[in-house]
Design a protein around this ligand. Structure first.
Ligand code: PRT
Length: 115
């Protein structure tokens, strides 16, 4: 995959995930998750989150990021399935990150804490 294709991967993946809502659970892993429902998808997000945390601690010890990259991709992927299942799109997350861009986390928190 070229660098320019990588830039489009979230959008392309979102299309595939939405199409899989109509696919048979036997033919597709994503379809099987949509078929099992939100609780199963959330269970997978929780599992991948735990595996990402363990991989981060291992990366700190070993200095290798390989496992952490793989687990983080699993976490992002299952989070995108969760979003798709509920009718959301990665553009919404990117727009929220863009809205926050340049806004200090400390300043944003202070604006929330001020009545
Ligand atoms: N990016 C991914 C992706 N990342 C991870 N996975 C799958 O996520 C699954 C869960 O990972 P686990 O480590 O928990 O594996 P597991 O122990 O076998 O899973 P469980 O038994 O616990 O359910 C594995 O089967 C991985 O293959 C993915 N499956 C699909 N995609 C993308 O989704 C598209 C559609 O996939 P299908 O619906 O399967 O055609 C693919 O073309 C890919 O682009």
């Amino acid at each position: 995959m070229s660098d320019s294709d990588k830039n489009h991967v979230l959008r392309e993946l979102a299309l595939v995930l939405a199409e899989r809502k109509k696919a048979s659970p036997e033919s597709s892993y994503v379809a099987s998750l949509h078929h099992k429902g939100l609780n199963k998808i959330l269970e997978k997000v929780g599992e991948e989150c735990t595996e990402t945390i363990i991989a981060a601690k291992d990366a700190e010890r070993s200095g290798s990021l390989d496992e952490l990259v793989s687990e983080t991709a699993d976490l992002w992927f299952h989070s995108l399935v969760m979003l798709s299942h509920l009718g959301g799109h990665p553009d919404q997350i990117l727009a929220e990150l863009a809205r926050r861009f340049g806004l200090s986390g400390h300043d944003e928190k202070a604006s929330r804490d001020t009545p």
